[in-house]
Write a protein that binds this ligand. Structure first.
Ligand SMILES: Nc1nc2c(c(=O)[nH]1)N[C@H]1C(S)=C(S)[C@@H](COP(=O)(O)OP(=O)(O)OC[C@H]3O[C@@H](n4cnc5c(=O)[nH]c(N)nc54)[C@H](O)[C@@H]3O)O[C@H]1N2
Ligand SMILES: Nc1nc2c(c(=O)[nH]1)N[C@H]1C(S)=C(S)[C@@H](COP(=O)(O)OP(=O)(O)OC[C@H]3O[C@@H](n4cnc5c(=O)[nH]c(N)nc54)[C@H](O)[C@@H]3O)O[C@H]1N2
Ligand SMILES: [Mo]
Length: 693
C-alpha cells in the first residue's frame, strides 16, 4: 500500500510581467503540484489594479506551449531551413565555448551580442551576459531599436527620461494622447485617462491612424506620419499669437525662449496644415484647447497633460518632434500642477546600479566598437575594414528576434544566412531568428526565474519570484552565460554571481530590498509635480528650448521640423506612407505563435482608406503586393476606415514564416536613422500597393 500525498493546496506567487510595455504589471501566478495553472493581475499593486492585458493573461498558454523549446538544438540543414536535432547541453556548451574562444583570441570584436527587451528584467537582461561580453572585449551593442530618438529628445530638453507621474493623469482637464494607441500598448494608463474623461476632461488623440484609442477620444487629429513637429510648432505659433503663455514660468524656468519664439512664428497654422495634411482649423482648435489651460491665468480650464509615446519618434525627425512636444508644457506653465506636463518615459527615475550589474570596468583599457541594432542588416554584410574593424563572425542573440523585428529584412536575412557566421540563439520558441542559428538554447520564461524590474510608464520597482521549476532542460540566460564563462576559463568571480545576488545588486542600497521581497513592489519616492519649481536635470537647470549640448555636436541647438527621409516628393513611385504599429494581441513579435491570440489578429493585414483602394481597383479582402525599392510583402487588404488617405497600416510584427510570401512589414522598412539618438525609422517608409496577380 502506498501513501501518495494528496494534491497540494494552490500557492500564489508574486511576480512581474517581463514584457516591453510601459505598464510593468505585478502578476500573481497560481501554482498547483508544481504547475502554473493561471496568472492574474495583483490587486494589491495600485498600477496593476488586479487587471492584466489579454496577452499576458494567456501566459500559461505561452509557457506550456507544445512548441516550447525544451532542449538544446544543433542545426543540421541549411541556415533558415529550421532543420535541427537535439543535442546535450554538454555538447552544445562545449562547442560554443570552443568556437568563441578561438575568435576571442584573434579578434574579440568579431563577437557581437544582440539582445533587447524580450524580457525587461534587469537580471535576465544585461547582468551576467554583459559581464561575459565585457570580459571577452566583444563589440558593444547600441540598444537603439525602440526609444533612442525620443529618449535623446527628452534628455536634451527636460534633462532626463522623466515626466509626470502616470497616476496624476486622472486629475487632468485636457489630455493629449500623442503618438500612442494606449488601449493597445499602455492599458493601465488608459484607465487613468478614462477616469479623467468621466470627471469632465477632454481627450484628444494625435495619430495618423484611427486607432482603438482615437475612437474613444473626443477628437482625433489624423496627421501624416512624421509631421508632429510641424503641428507642435504651429501650436506654439497660436499660443504666442493669442498670448496664451505663462510668461512667469517662461522667464524663470526655460532657456532659449527668444529663439524658439522666432522659430514658431515661422509656422502659422496654414503652413503646418499643408505639411500635416489636416485642416488648419483643427490646429487652431487644438491651440485654443491647450491655451485655455495656461496655469497662472485666473479662470483657466485646469491642468493640461500630454501622454506621448514612442509611436511618433520612429521617423527621421523623431528626436526633434519629441523635443518640441516636451517643450509645450513650459509655454503654458502646465508643470505647476501635478496633473499637468508631459510623460513619455519615467525610466530615468529608477536608481538602477548599472555599473555594478553590468561591470563595464571588466573591459579594462579596451574600447570596443559599437554596433547599432537598427543597422544589423548592413553590419552583418560588412567586410573587415580599417573603419569598421573585423567582420562580425559570431552572433549571440538573446531576448530578441532580429530577423523579424529589425528593418530591411532582406539584408538582415542575407546577413544571418552567411555560412561563415556562427550564430547562437537563446529562445523560448523556434522564431524566425532561431531558424538561422547554429545552436538554439532553450531559455526559461518569467515563471521560471528570478528577476527585478524598472518601468518606463510608472515609478514602482517590481520583483519577480519564480513560480515553477524550469520546464524541460531550459536554463536561465544567466546560467547559460555562467556556464560559458566557466568553460572558457573566465575566472572573475562576478561571472558566477547567483540570480538572487544579482537581484540585490540591481538597486544596491537605493531601495529597501527586504520590502521588495515581502511586498513584490516598492514605489519610488518621486515628486508629484516634478518641475513645478523648474529644477530640470539639464546643464542649465531649465527646460532647454535651446541646447548648447546639441550645438556642440554640430547640430541645431533649437528644435525644428525635420521632414521624413521618404515622401511622395522624394520618390513618386511610392505614394503611400506605411506605418507598422503594435497589434493589440501581440507584443512586438512575441505571442504571434500563441494560437488563441493569433486568432484575434486573424492574419497579416494592410489597412487602407477606401478612396486609395478605389484608385487602385482594390477591394477589401484582396491579397495585395505591398512594395518599394527594398522588397515586396504579400498580405490581405482591410478597408476599415482606420487608415487616412495617403496612409497604409500593417500592424506588426508577424513572424516572417507565417507570412504569405514568407516576409513581414520589415521587408519594406529602411535602415536609415533618426535625427537624434541614432534610432530606427520604421514609420518613415513609402510604399505602393497593387493586386497580386
Ligand atoms: N499590445 C502591445 N503593446 C505594446 C507593444 C506591442 O507590440 N503590442 N509594444 C510595446 C513597445 S516595444 C513599446 S516601445 C511601447 C510603445 O509602443 P508604441 O509603438 O509607441 O505604441 P503605441 O503607443 O501603440 O503608439 C503607436 C501609435 O503611434 C501612431 N503613429 C505612428 N506614426 C506616428 C506619427 O508619425 N505621429 C503620431 N502622432 N503617431 C504616429 C500609430 O498609429 C500608433 O497608434 O508599447 C509597448 N506595448
Ligand atoms: N515594423 C516594425 N518593426 C518594429 C517595431 C514596429 O513598431 N514596427 N517596433 C520596434 C520596437 S519598439 C521594438 S522594442 C522591437 C522589439 O523587438 P524585440 O526586442 O526583438 O522583441 P520581440 O519581437 O518581442 O522578441 C523578443 C524575443 O525574446 C524572447 N524572450 C523573451 N524572454 C526571454 C528570456 O527570458 N530569455 C530569452 N533567451 N529569450 C526571451 C521571446 O521569446 C521573443 O522571441 O521591435 C521593433 N520593430
Ligand atoms: Mo519598443
Amino acid at each position: 500500500m502506498s501513501f501518495l500525498p494528496g494534491p497540494l493546496a494552490p500557492q500564489h506567487i508574486v511576480g512581474a510581467c517581463p514584457h516591453d510595455c510601459p505598464d510593468t504589471c505585478s502578476i500573481i501566478t497560481t501554482v498547483q503540484n508544481g504547475i502554473a495553472i493561471k496568472v492574474h493581475g495583483n490587486p494589491a499593486h495600485p498600477q496593476t489594479d488586479g487587471t492584466l492585458c489579454t496577452k499576458v493573461s494567456r501566459y500559461t498558454e505561452r509557457t506550456y506551449h507544445p512548441e516550447r523549446l525544451v532542449q538544446p538544438l544543433k542545426r543540421v540543414g541549411p541556415k533558415g531551413s529550421g532543420q535541427f536535432e537535439p543535442v546535450s547541453w554538454e555538447t552544445a556548451l562545449h562547442d560554443i565555448a570552443s568556437r568563441l574562444q578561438v575568435i576571442a583570441k584573434r579578434a574579440p570584436e568579431a563577437i557581437l551580442p544582440y539582445s533587447y527587451a524580450g524580457t525587461m528584467g534587469l537580471v535576465q537582461g544585461e547582468s551576467i551576459a554583459a559581464r561575459f561580453f565585457h570580459t571577452l572585449g566583444a563589440s558593444l551593442l547600441e540598444r537603439s531599436i525602440c526609444a533612442a530618438a525620443g529618449g535623446e529628445g527628452l534628455v536634451q530638453t527636460l534633462g532626463a527620461k522623466v515626466g509626470m507621474r502616470v497616476e496624476n493623469f486622472r486629475h487632468a482637464k485636457l489630455i493629449l494622447i500623442w503618438g500612442s494607441n494606449s488601449i493597445t500598448s499602455n492599458l493601465h494608463f488608459w484607465r487613468y485617462a478614462n477616469q479623467a474623461k468621466k470627471a469632465g476632461a477632454k481627450l484628444i488623440c494625435i495619430d495618423p491612424r484611427r486607432s482603438e484609442t482615437a475612437e474613444k477620444c473626443h477628437e482625433h487629429i489624423a496627421l501624416l506620419p512624421g509631421t508632429d513637429s510641424a503641428l507642435a510648432l504651429a501650436l506654439m505659433h497660436e499660443l504666442i499669437r493669442h498670448d496664451w503663455l505663462d510668461h512667469d514660468y517662461l522667464a524663470q524656468h526655460t532657456l532659449g525662449w527668444e529663439g524658439l519664439r522666432a522659430r514658431a512664428l515661422q509656422w502659422p497654422p496654414a503652413r503646418a496644415a499643408e505639411v500635416c495634411g489636416i485642416p488648419k482649423e483643427q490646429i487652431e482648435a487644438l491651440a485654443a484647447d491647450y491655451g485655455a489651460c495656461v496655469a497662472n491665468r485666473p479662470g483657466h480650464a485646469g491642468p493640461a497633460a500630454i501622454r506621448m509615446n514612442y509611436g511618433l519618434q520612429r521617423v527621421h525627425g523623431g528626436g526633434n518632434a519629441v523635443r518640441l512636444i516636451a517643450m509645450l508644457p513650459a509655454l503654458i506653465g502646465a508643470w505647476r500642477a501635478p496633473a499637468g506636463g508631459v510623460l513619455l518615459s519615467n525610466s530615468g527615475q529608477f536608481p538602477v546600479q548599472r555599473q555594478a550589474l553590468q561591470r563595464p570596468d571588466l573591459l579594462g583599457a579596451r574600447r570596443p566598437r559599437t554596433i547599432n541594432m537598427a543597422t544589423i542588416g548592413d553590419d552583418l554584410l560588412r567586410p573587415a575594414s580599417p573603419s569598421f574593424g573585423p567582420q562580425i563572425e559570431a552572433l549571440i542573440v538573446y531576448n530578441s528576434n532580429p530577423v523579424a523585428i529589425a528593418p530591411e529584412s532582406s539584408k538582415v536575412v542575407q546577413g544571418f544566412a552567411r555560412e561563415d557566421l556562427f550564430t547562437v540563439v537563446l529562445e523560448h520558441f523556434q522564431t524566425d531568428t532561431a531558424d538561422y542559428a547554429d545552436y538554439v538554447l532553450p531559455a526559461t520564461t518569467q515563471l521560471e526565474h528570478w528577476d527585478v524590474h524598472a518601468s518606463y510608464g510608472h515609478t514602482d520597482v517590481l520583483l519577480n519570484r519564480p513560480a515553477v521549476a524550469p520546464i524541460g532542460q531550459c536554463k536561465t540566460n544567466t546560467d547559460i552565460f555562467r556556464e560559458l564563462s566557466r568553460r572558457m576559463g573566465l575566472s572573475d568571480p562576478c561571472l558566477q554571481d547567483s540570480d538572487e545576488a544579482l537581484c540585490r545588486q540591481a538597486y544596491g542600497q537605493a531601495i529597501d530590498f527586504e520590502r521588495l521581497l515581502a511586498q513584490g513592489f516598492v514605489t519610488l519616492p518621486v515628486a508629484d509635480a516634478p518641475f513645478a519649481e523648474g529644477k530640470f536635470p539639464t546643464p542649465s537647470g531649465k527646460c532647454e528650448f535651446f541646447s548648447a549640448r546639441l550645438e556642440a555636436m554640430g547640430l541645431d541647438g533649437l528644435p525644428d521640423h525635420v521632414p521624413n527621409h521618404e515622401s511622395v516628393q522624394t520618390d513618386a513611385r511610392y505614394p503611400l506612407a506605411m506605418i507598422s504599429p503594435p497589434a493589440r494581441h501581440f507584443l512586438n513579435s512575441s505571442f504571434v505563435n500563441v494560437s488563441s491570440l493569433r486568432q484575434m489578429e486573424h492574419e497579416p493585414l494592410l489597412e487602407m482608406h477606401p478612396l486609395d483602394a478605389r484608385a487602385r481597383g482594390l477591394n477589401a479582402g484582396d491579397v495585395v503586393r505591398v512594395f518599394n525599392q527594398r522588397g515586396e510583402y504579400h498580405c490581405r487588404l482591410a478597408l476599415n476606415s482606420r487608415a487616412r488617405t495617403g496612409l497604409v497600416v500593417g500592424l506588426g510584427v508577424w513572424w516572417r514564416k507565417m507570412g504569405l510570401n514568407h516576409t513581414n512589414v520589415n521587408q519594406l522598412t529602411s535602415q536609415r536613422l533618426t535625427d537624434l539618438g541614432r534610432g530606427p525609422t520604421f514609420y518613415d517608409c513609402q510604399v505602393q500597393v497593387a493586386a497580386l496577380r
